[in-house]
Design a protein around this ligand. Structure first.
Ligand SMILES: [Zn+2]
Length: 189
């Protein structure tokens, strides 16, 4: 069993590294030196590549202190303190920073950890995975692919059908009830 988990870990790690390469290259091109002028230019150009770039000042103005700490400084809220760890309504969890759909309540499960837990993202491209060696652990960090908000981590000990556990901070999420969804998914429905 341990061998299988380790294998899965390595697979996820490799996938994360592979996925990470391209955004890193883009980031290096997009943000050479962060003078005020280039920051403003980056913000103005944010729609160009489908990604959302904002200055630290803009994020601070938009977010609460906890949301800023978690999403922009890769912080972690205390277990059992967030809004959604025990939240059971039907709908979608969006990125609190940019509104991108991240997780569906249908994939949420009770993990007992005190953080909202999902076994899969709403679409694979919504999430960027990245190796995280902090705190003397090898973990896979998950971020919003559109605005790079830190969301949490993914572990290989989740339930079927994926066997994955996306352990996400409530502070990174904004819940949208199914009936109230006004977005892009209306057409054809
Ligand atoms: Zn986002």
């Amino acid at each position: 069993m341990k061998v299988i988990l380790l294998g899965l870990c390595l697979t996820i790690g490799c996938t994360a590294l592979a996925c990470q390469q391209q955004p890193d290259q883009e980031r290096m091109q997009d943000q050479p030196q962060m003078g005020t002028a280039s920051l403003q230019a980056a913000t103005a150009d944010s729609a160009r590549d489908g990604r959302l770039h904002k200055t630290e000042e803009e994020w601070r103005a938009q977010l609460t202190e906890m949301q800023y700490y978690v999403t922009r400084q890769a912080g972690t809220e205390r277990a059992f303190t967030g809004a959604y760890w025990d939240h059971k309504e039907d709908g979608v969890y969006n990125c609190v920073c940019c509104g991108q759909h991240l997780f569906d309540s249908k994939t949420k499960f009770k993990s007992g950890t005190g953080w909202p837990s999902f076994y899969e993202a709403v679409t694979a491209p919504a999430i960027t995975e990245k190796a995280d060696n902090s705190h003397f652990m090898l973990r896979i960090e998950v971020l919003c692919s559109r605005c790079d908000a830190h969301l949490g981590h993914v572990f290989p000990d989740g339930p079927e059908p994926t066997g994955l556990r996306y352990c996400i901070n409530s502070a990174s999420l904004d819940f949208e009830a199914r009936g109230e969804m006004q977005s892009d998914h209306k057409e054809g429905g």
